[in-house]
Design a protein. Sequence first.
Length: 154
Amino acid sequence: MRSVSRHLKLALTVVAGLAMSVAFSSSAASASPTVQSESHASEATWELLDAEQRLCIPANESQFSYFVGFISGSWDSPLVPEAHGLPEGTDISLISSIPPGDNGDRSVGTIWLAVDLPPLDYGEYPAGLVVTDGTVTQTMPILIKAQEEWGCGY
């Protein structure tokens, strides 16, 4: 029974991610994100949407989920993503780099970060997805909240 529940949760996570992808890509043009970078933001020709992504899960249970990095613009050098601050014991699947490309003005879910979380104590776990092209570095905040049940109650 537990494996059926895990598969159902995985399917719901994928559906939620796809819905989030559509929502972020349609609202990204009107957002005014703050860009954190090592150099001046005006030098960047690409942008990582920095809207915080949240995952609110039942405490004390292993969970599988993912976060999506939405990129707009174009880049001539590979984009290299890294995850920082995830809870200890988290297994991470992350693409090593994104080849040069162009998403135009659309914010497209280009970077997919899959996480297999260990059972977490109640609390909030801030983390981040960091992406660099070797010159400019941008960050997307992540918040994992271990609580009584599923759902962030946006």
